[in-house]
Ligand binder design. Structure first.
Ligand code: COA
Length: 241
């Protein structure tokens, strides 16, 4: 993975560190980033040495300012540009990972930036973070799951307001909407994520993976089905001992 151009991926002490690395373009999500992220997510999923991952953005100004608008302009239309992105199901891959994913966002968190964050399990934001979904104003809709993951996280009314009006929200409001778990100073953003990661990685990977699945998969089930899922995952843990 050493030939990566727009993602930095490092492993240290059982933590996978993923950095979106196009700071000159506010880490806008382009096709190269999609391809590199696809490889990185596969590595996180398959590498037993990685117990938890932390995602963040390079540079001072943004986690990610959304899809690369320059690519939109060179493609025949935004619709075709979107189609190209779907050819690799990066979002399905994200959601299939049973290891905990922590995201630490700062600055602009727009479009695909929010969508990446919503595919992670625990979201930390620095005080300067600003969130927005500009898609409707560009004549498109989110294509990386945002129209589904956002209402599941913050509820229907607020998700509709943010998507339909394009209103940006600041970190404090994002916290009150339960879009992010914690707001911390910029200085403490990575250390706060590392404290969480250290705690999680000290636990049994099987228990952690089952706990994550029980909640994330269970939320899309009825209570009866969810309880059944919990029982099955519980049995799996016992049988693994
Ligand atoms: N795609 C491609 N390049 C982007 C980008 C994007 N989504 N967002 C920012 N950039 C680039 C700019 O083109 C600029 O490059 P340049 O220095 O070569 O001209 C650089 O990042 C800095 O951005 P700039 O617009 O100069 O910063 P700003 O502080 O004036 O404004 C934003 C910041 C985020 C408000 C503004 O860049 C913006 O609106 N970006 C687009 C957001 C968006 O609509 N995303 C698509 C969602 S689907």
């Amino acid at each position: 993975m050493s030939d990566f151009e727009v993602i930095i991926y490092e492993k240290q002490n059982n933590i996978g560190y993923v950095i979106l690395n196009r700071p000159q373009a506010l880490n806008a999500y382009n096709l190269r980033m999609r391809d590199e992220l696809y490889q990185v997510l596969g590595a996180i999923r398959d590498d037993p040495e990685v117990k938890v991952a932390i995602f963040r953005g390079a540079g001072e100004r943004a986690f990610c300012a959304g899809a690369d608008l320059a690519e939109f302009l060179t493609a025949p239309s935004p619709v075709v540009a979107r189609q190209v992105r779907w050819e690799r199901d990066i979002w399905g891959l994200f959601l299939s990972i049973t290891k905990p994913l922590i995201v630490a966002v700062h600055g602009y968190v727009l479009g695909s930036g929010i969508e990446i964050a919503l595919c992670c399990d625990i979201r930390l934001a620095s005080e300067d973070a600003q969130f927005g979904l500009p898609e409707a104003g560009l004549g498109i809709i989110p294509a990386a799951g945002g129209s589904q993951t956002l209402p599941r996280m913050i509820g229907r009314a607020k998700a509709l307001e943010i998507l339909l009006t394009g209103r940006w929200i600041k970190a404090e409001e994002a916290y009150h909407l339960k879009l992010v778990n914690q707001v911390v100073s910029r200085h403490d953003l990575l250390p706060a994520a590392e404290r969480l990661a250290s705690k999680i990685k000290s636990y049994s990977p099987t228990a952690v993976a089952c706990a994550k699945q029980a909640i994330t998969r269970g939320l899309d089930l009825s209570l009866d089905q969810g309880l059944e899922l919990e029982a099955k995952l519980g049995e799996l843990i016992i049988s693994s001992h």
